[in-house]
Design a protein around this ligand. Structure first.
Ligand code: AMP
Length: 220
């Protein structure tokens, strides 16, 4: 295996990818690249990409492939991603997966592992319903499963900006699950065929999922 590692976290909204991602990324020594976080950051900074993405995000729809792929291509070229990446929420469509393969090929790399977060719809809805997101740094919390130390205040950046994401409202969640089923689920067959998919039982407690991820990464 190459010394760089490019790993994808794949799964429906609310499966817990974001919760696991930052700790896993620091353990692996690679940046956590969340396309959702990048869009939210662009939106806070009122960039053209952020403003165009907002219309799709608020309705629970995927942002067009070209926009997402350009953003990821730029991000993968930054110095901190020279030793690999932990991709969270990308790719989400077959064309995005193909574009990623091209980006990595040009860097002499490939997708090493795809960790699929498997969870039932009822679990996803329960997790999304209690989710609080920091409007300053995008860190995610949950009212029951991962509450902040001080109510309303982000443990990570210390700002008092915890709020319900606009796309966590019920209608947008339904649209996001439908987008996931029609556009993202086909990636399971794609990566199974490529031999790099590992299924993680994401119904389990946070610490148990964390060990399952470590085991899946250690095994050949
Ligand atoms: P997330 O934080 O991963 O749940 O993403 C929030 C929203 O950002 C999604 O519902 C999409 O509107 C948009 N988004 C994030 N990643 C992608 C992607 N890979 N492709 C298209 N849209 C995306």
């Amino acid at each position: 295996m190459s010394s760089t590692q490019d790993i994808i976290l794949l799964g429906p909204p609310g499966a817990g990818k974001g919760t696991q991602a930052s700790r896993l990324a620091s353990r692996l020594g690679v940046p956590h690249i969340s396309t959702g976080d990048l869009f939210r950051q662009n939106l806070r900074e009122q960039t053209p990409v952020g403003l165009m993405a907002k219309g799709f995000m608020d309705r629970g729809l995927l942002v067009p492939d070209e926009v997402v792929c350009d953003m990821v291509r730029d991000r993968l070229e930054l110095e901190d991603a020279s030793s690999g990446s932990l991709l969270d929420g990308f790719p989400r469509t077959i064309p995005q997966a193909q574009a990623l393969e091209g980006m990595l090929r040009r860097l002499g790399r490939r997708v090493d592992r795809v960790l699929f977060f498997d969870a039932q719809d009822a679990t996803l809805v329960e997790r999304i319903a209690g989710r609080l997101t920091c409007s300053a740094c995008s860190a995610a919390f949950h009212t029951t499963f991962a509450p902040p130390k001080v109510a309303g205040v982000c443990d990570k950046c210390g700002k008092a900006g915890l709020a319900v994401r606009s796309d966590d409202a019920e209608a947008a969640v339904r649209a996001r699950l439908a987008e996931y089923r029609s556009k993202t689920q086909p990636l399971l067959a794609h990566y199974t065929e490529a031999g790099c998919l590992r299924v993680i039982n994401a119904e389990q407690a946070i610490a148990t999922v964390e060990s399952a991820l470590a085991t899946a990464l250690a095994a050949n």
